[in-house]
Design a protein around this ligand. Structure first.
Ligand SMILES: [Zn+2]
Length: 408
């Protein structure tokens, strides 16, 4: 079956009751509700909970006719990890990537991946909660949503009776939250010939597509010539797609980019529950995820056949690293395309913005002398300041203009 993509998106977005043939919000919800349940304890790297999550993923892949492609004929690829923060002697142990293969007897293989680990009870120091200890971080969006995507794409491509022009390697990575450990390990110890990988599709946080003014972020579009145009072709009246050419970003696709493989990362946006115990199933937009999966499948079907994508190096990202900036405000910015200011999705605990009294939902319109229209002008404005500088931030809260004093 081929996807009549554009028509389907329009229907899907305009009518929530439309039942699409393949990607069902119900299945997406089922996977996320299991992976992000309290009984899975937040899936900390190397924990018994992560093992439970791996078993669920394996069961799902198996039932869809996917073959194991880990080490020694198993589904798993084991690696050592250390969760210690700067030599403070944290947890160490062994964790596992889960790897399955769909052999279409094609020359090249597309990797479809998502990390399945999360923050457990917050003990490893990556939580943004003020007092995370002992609270289960379910990670429904980050990244049970991406794992559900891997499972559903495996189901789609294995049941697709029109054989694809590519093989598929489905990987659920562990150790992402501790620093892309699983994907780095896979790229150093690939279980297939890495030179036959056509591209890597990463899904990290695809469960929170806004229900209104929906905007999907896709990065890596500069890593192969056809990507930008192809990705943009899925944009329509109901869904904006913002692209970023950079192949380096804060998730597992970076490990593949660093090996010279074209990559795309799909991301439905930041939110106030990011890396907090409140990233729960109730807030997932499963219908929105359905649309994202439809786009990914449609995009794969339109890639050039029988030839390998040529890898392109991209500029370093303007986001995701702090190297370019001497200061941070300490907020999670919205990536939505606006022209009237930058929306603050979440104010991070203990940083400059919080100290200045900034709140979730504020819309920043000016920093010092620099007007802020969206993410780009926001980043440019931040680049003008040094540590210790004091300035005024103009913002809109509940339709009222306010000015806050910020010290970087
Ligand atoms: Zn993530």
């Amino acid at each position: 079956m081929k996807l009549k993509s554009t028509i389907l998106f329009t229907i899907l977005i305009s009518s929530s009751t439309f039942a699409q043939d393949w990607f069902s919000a119900q299945k997406v919800t089922q996977h996320i509700s299991i992976l992000a349940a309290d009984s899975l304890g937040g899936r900390a790297t190397g924990s018994k909970f992560e093992e439970k999550a791996a078993n669920y993923i394996i069961k799902q892949l198996k039932s869809n006719g996917i073959q194991p492609k880990g080490e020694n004929g198993t589904w798993l690829q084991q690696f050592d990890f250390s969760a210690g923060l700067h030599g403070t002697g944290g947890r160490t142990g062994k964790a596992n990537n889960v790897i399955g293969f769909l052999d279409n007897k094609a020359k090249y293989t597309i990797v479809i991946g998502a990390h399945y680990d999360h923050l457990g009870d917050g003990a490893d120091g990556h939580s943004l909660d003020g007092h995370p200890e002992g609270k289960i971080h379910n990670g429904a969006d980050d990244n049970a949503s991406g794992v559900a995507g891997v499972i559903e794409l495996a189901r789609y491509f294995s049941q697709n009776n029109e054989k694809e022009a590519f093989n598929f390697l489905f990987i659920c990575f562990s150790g992402e939250e501790l620093g892309l450990l699983g994907s780095v390990y896979f790229c150093e110890h690939p279980t297939i010939d890495i030179s036959n990988i056509n591209c890597m599709i990463n899904m990290d946080m695809i469960g929170r597509l806004p229900k209104e003014n929906a905007s999907l972020a896709v990065s890596g579009t500069g890593t192969a010539a056809p990507f930008e145009k192809l990705v943009k072709s899925f944009e329509n009246g109901a869904l904006k797609i913002t692209t970023d050419s950079a192949g380096v970003g804060p998730s597992d696709h970076t490990s593949f980019y660093n090996k010279g493989i074209p990559v795309l990362h799909f991301f439905s946006g930041t939110h106030a529950d990011y890396h907090k115990p409140s990233d729960d199933i109730e807030k997932i937009n499963a219908q929105g995820e359905e649309v994202i999966l439809l786009i990914i499948a449609g995009l794969i079907e339109q890639l050039p056949k029988d030839e390998k994508l040529a890898f392109l190096k991209t500029r370093n990202p303007s986001m995701g690293t702090s190297a370019k900036f001497k200061v941070t405000l300490g907020i999670m910015p919205s990536y939505a395309n606006t022209d009237n200011g930058l929306k603050v999705e979440a104010v991070l605990d203990g940083k400059a913005a919080m100290k200045a009294g900034m709140k979730d939902g504020d819309i920043i319109t000016q920093i010092g002398d620099y007007p802020v229209k969206e993410i780009q002008t926001y980043m440019e404005a931040l680049g003008k300041f040094n540590k210790g500088d004091k300035t005024k931030v103009k913002l809109i809260r509940d339709k009222e203009v306010m000015v806050l004093e910020v010290e970087f």
